[in-house]
Design a protein around this ligand. Structure first.
Ligand SMILES: O=C[C@H](O)COP(=O)(O)O
Length: 219
C-alpha cells in the first residue's frame, strides 16, 4: 500500500484529526502522550512558533520510543523550505492553511500525503490537478456542511476534512459527517490553550476519548 493511502486510511478510520501547538517541549510531549492514551493514531502538530521544529523533532523521538504506531503530521506549512525541514526530521504527513503548489510538487512524488486548505472549488480543482487527494476545508466553520454537500459530487475521488471551528458537540460533528466528510480536524475546541496552560492532561485524554466515541457512534 502507498504511504499516502496508509496515512489517509489511518485518519479516515479515526474520523478525527487532533491538532495543537505549544511552545513548551514538555507540554507538547505530555499532550502527545495524553491523546495517544485516548487511542489517537494520527495527530497534527502545527508549526506556529520558533520552537515548533525542535518540539516536533522531540515528538518524533518520543514516538519512535513509545508509540511506534502513531503517525505524526505537521501543519501550518506555508513554504517549501518548511516542508523540506520537517520531512528531514521525519514528518509522516503535511497540512497547510492554503494550497502551496511547490509543496505539493515536492511531497506527492515522494508518496507523502499533502493536505492543503481550500475554500473554493477553484482551489480544490488546482489542488486536485496537482495530485492532491486529501482536502482540508478551511476554515470549516466559515464554509459549513452545506458547502461540502454542494460540491462533493464534483470531486468523487477526494477525501474531505473540515478544520477550523469544528467543536466537540455531537450536533456539530454529525452535521459534517452527514454532508460527507471523511474526518474532522479539531484544534482549540479539543486541546485549548487553557487546558494546556493548566497541564490538565487527564482532561485532554478524557475529552479525546469522548469525541472518538461520538465519531464511532456516527460512522
Ligand atoms: O488549521 C487549524 C485551525 O486553525 C484549527 O482551528 P480550531 O482551533 O478552530 O480547531
Amino acid at each position: 500500500m502507498s504511504k499516502i493511502q496508509n496515512v489517509t486510511d489511518a485518519i479516515v478510520k479515526q474520523g478525527m484529526l487532533p491538532l495543537y501547538f505549544n511552545a513548551d517541549e514538555t507540554v507538547t510531549i505530555e499532550v502527545l502522550r495524553a491523546i495517544y492514551r485516548a487511542g489517537i493514531k494520527a495527530v497534527e502538530y502545527t508549526s506556529r512558533g520558533e520552537t515548533a521544529l525542535s518540539n516536533f523533532t522531540k515528538m518524533v523521538e518520543v514516538r519512535n520510543a513509545e508509540m511506534p504506531d502513531l503517525l505524526l503530521g505537521i501543519g501550518t506549512i506555508k513554504t517549501l523550505q518548511q516542508a523540506e525541514e520537517y520531512l528531514k526530521v521525519g514528518a509522516d504527513f503535511f497540512i497547510s492553511p492554503g494550497f502551496v503548489p511547490e509543496v505539493a510538487a515536492f511531497l506527492i512524488p515522494k508518496d507523502v500525503l499533502y493536505s492543503p486548505g481550500c475554500m473554493t472549488p477553484t482551489e480544490i480543482i488546482a489542488a486536485e490537478n496537482a495530485g492532491v487527494t486529501f482536502i482540508k476545508l478551511f476554515p470549516g466553520n466559515m464554509l459549513g456542511p452545506d458547502f461540502l454537500s454542494g460540491i462533493k459530487d464534483i470531486f468523487p475521488k477526494l477525501v474531505f476534512m473540515p478544520t477550523g471551528g469544528v467543536d466537540t458537540t455531537r450536533g456539530n460533528i454529525e452535521g459534517w459527517f452527514k454532508a460527507g466528510v471523511s474526518a474532522v480536524g479539531m484544534g482549540s475546541k479539543l486541546i485549548s490553550k487553557q487546558v494546556m496552560a493548566d497541564k490538565d492532561y487527564a482532561k485532554i485524554e478524557s475529552e479525546t476519548v469522548a469525541v472518538l466515541n461520538i465519531i464511532n457512534s456516527i460512522k
